[in-house]
Ligand binder design. Structure first.
Ligand SMILES: Nc1nc2c(ncn2[C@@H]2O[C@H](COP(=O)(O)OP(=O)(O)OP(=O)(O)O)[C@@H](O)[C@H]2O)c(=O)[nH]1
Ligand SMILES: [Mg+2]
Length: 198
């Protein structure tokens, strides 16, 4: 019964699509700009700081890294897009891997699309949401690093974001802090409910 996020293990890595796991276990993809906190969120959900590699230097995750959650879910930690300091070649390779992942026809259950609460959504965020809306890909929007804002600032920012971003009707929004462990139970429960019910 239930999904034990604490029982999360590294499954493996893939540097291209052929290396991605072939399995029927539902897959949840973490997407979002480099440095937004994808790997930190994996660790926070699993309550294990040593699981995914986190770095203050953007571009830490250069492969798709898979985690097995309790034998019931796969979490795919994608390389972040828009890594400003990478060379053009490296940048294109990252973007290509992310893009390919979405157009490959690979089946995934849900996307967690992360946006740093402090910054306006990027062109890539807007493009990604359009793509998911257009292709009816289910997603949750996860606003990260909310420890950096007061409650009032947070609400103001969410209001601003809702003017810029075109969320689809059943998109769920979450504000989390991996650092201060805020909003994690809500997100775990929503993931679990979504995976078990759909
Ligand atoms: N204050 C704060 N900092 C955070 C939080 N989550 C992540 N960070 C910091 O943000 C930086 C990037 O975190 P990562 O988890 O490595 O980000 P990522 O999205 O996996 O980055 P790439 O692998 O480059 O795509 C690190 O310095 C983290 O410590 C948070 O909730 N609050
Ligand atoms: Mg990462």
């Amino acid at each position: 019964m239930g999904i034990q996020f604490r029982n999360t293990k590294l499954w493996g890595v893939a540097s291209d699509l052929s290396g991605c796991p072939k399995t029927d276990i539902p897959e949840i993809v973490l997407s979002g700009k480099s440095n937004v906190g994808k790997s930190s969120l994996v660790n926070a959900l699993a309550d294990n700081r040593k699981l995914a590699r986190v770095s203050a230097t953007p571009g830490k995750t250069r492969l798709v890294v898979y985690f097995d959650v309790d034998g019931k879910l796969l979490l795919a930690d994608l390389p972040g897009y828009g890594y400003a300091k990478a060379s053009k070649d490296v940048k294109e390779k990252f973007n290509k891997l992310c893009d390919q992942y979405f157009v490959s026809g690979r089946k995934f259950k849900l996307v967690l699309h992360l946006i740093d609460i402090r910054h306006a959504p990027s062109e890539d965020d807007i493009r990604m949401l359009e793509y998911m809306n257009h292709n009816a890909i289910p997603y949750f929007l996860v606003f990260t690093k909310c420890d950096k804002f007061s409650r009032a600032q947070l609400n103001r920012q969410l209001e601003e974001f809702s003017k810029i971003l075109d969320f689809h009707d059943d998109a769920h929004c979450f504000a989390v802090s991996a650092e201060k462990k805020v909003g994690l139970d809500d997100l775990r429960q929503a993931i679990e409910a979504y995976v078990l019910e759909s």
